[in-house]
Write a protein that binds this ligand. Sequence first.
Ligand SMILES: [Zn+2]
Length: 63
Amino acid sequence: MDNDKETLFLCKPCAEEMKSYKTVASVEYIRPARDKGTCELCGRRRYGYMCEVEFREPEGETY
Ligand SMILES: [Zn+2]
């Protein structure tokens, strides 16, 4: 099954933090943003990067 990919604006600390999430397979920096934007993880306005985040399907979850 294909993993979900999403393009998000993230500040660098959040992009690094996302890499440690179990649900995130990979975070790739596409390009630095020229202007400040709102980080989609922490919600702060700061310089950051357009990132391509690849999500992993949760494993072993039973409902
Ligand atoms: Zn952030």
